[in-house]
Design a protein around this ligand. Structure first.
Ligand code: GLV
Ligand code: MG
Length: 324
């Protein structure tokens, strides 16, 4: 896995039509904030929301966060105006666009081309604005590999459980929760499919929303499932879900320290002064090149989460009783 482009443990959805929520989102601890022109914004409110989003982006104030706008999907008649108004009005203040209901590679390519024209016309840096693509129906999932490699602007694939449940005719209305009557994890297949496509293309993988916003334990359970698979983060719909997301998608302090120590130890063991060894003992554990790769993933996530090392081991990395 390459270094994640940005930390996206918690991605906060903010309706572009709500001045109050836009205001509040500046003060919250989400890694990413996205202003929504799609499903959280009523059809009659979209035109006004575009104007409000441009003004909010120009005003700024989300220090250190990734700022995105979710435009409407290509099956609507709103997409081109969403992109044109937002990027022409505030492209320099925007990190990414989120494209919902990406069904095939051409959806991403169309957005890439449109963005490029607007960037040129507005004298913005061409290619700087990234794309996050939502995989949220049967077509998108079937085409996820080609979607993942459709544009160098792509930074993340996002699972959209609500639209996905509708697309599959899943027998439940509780978004993000397991449908009754099935004993295993009903989301394992789409999550793994998206994660594999994302990793193969060097992208981040983000889980979608959990709509029972007052059930933070339920949110935490759902987040823990995708985090265990390898996902980088999850959407949050309410400030009360942010701390849970940041915690679940960060490595624990012990795991982080261990990962950094494996990296240091492996670098030393493979060097001349460490004996140029490919496999060696760190305490009671054997480490090799595969351990280094696993440790790097965890260390990178820990660094991105702002963790600092509490336990630093040094050469010769031998614990008492080490027989290496
Ligand atoms: C999000 O867009 C979803 O459909 O779950
Ligand atoms: Mg959706």
């Amino acid at each position: 896995m390459a270094e994640p482009l940005r930390s996206r443990r918690s991605c906060l959805a903010v309706p572009g039509s709500s001045q109050k929520m836009i205001e509040k989102s500046r003060t919250l601890a989400a890694d990413e904030v996205f202003l929504d022109l799609e499903d959280a914004c009523a059809p009659a409110a979209k035109a006004q929301a575009r104007t409000a989003i441009v003004a909010a982006l120009r005003a700024g104030g989300w220090h250190g966060k990734t700022i995105a706008v979710r435009v409407n999907g290509w099956a609507t008649h709103w997409t081109y105006r969403d992109v044109a108004e937002v990027v022409a009005g505030a492209g320099a203040h925007l990190d990414c666009l989120i494209l919902p209901k990406a069904e095939n590679a051409s959806h991403v390519q169309a957005l890439d081309l449109l963005l490029t024209q607007i960037e040129k016309a507005e004298r913005l840096e061409v290619g700087r604005i990234g794309i996050e693509a939502q995989i949220e129906d049967a077509r998108g999932l079937v085409n996820v590999d080609s979607i993942a490699s459709a544009s160098p602007r792509l930074q993340a694939l996002i699972f959209g459980p609500a639209d996905f449940m509708a697309s599959m005719a899943m027998k439940s209305l509780v978004v993000g929760e397991q449908p009754p009557g099935y004993q295993a994890d009903a989301y394992h297949y789409p999550l793994m499919r998206i994660l594999t496509a994302a990793r193969a293309a060097g992208l981040s993988a983000i889980d979608g929303p959990y709509l029972q916003i007052s059930d933070v334990d339920g949110y935490r359970r759902a987040a823990a499932r995708s985090a265990a698979l390898g996902f980088d983060g999850k959407w949050v719909l309410h400030p009360g879900q942010i701390a849970a997301a940041n915690e679940v998608f960060s490595p624990g302090q012990d795991d982080y320290d261990h990962a950094e120590n494996i990296l240091d130890a492996y670098a030393w063991f493979t060097s001349e002064s460490g004996g140029s060894r490919g496999a060696a003992m760190l305490g009671s554990e054997m480490i090799d090149e595969a351990s280094r790769k696993m440790a790097l993933v965890l260390a990178v996530k820990g660094r991105a989460a702002g963790l600092t090392r509490q336990l630093v081991m040094t050469p010769p990395f031998a614990a008492a009783g080490d027989r290496s």
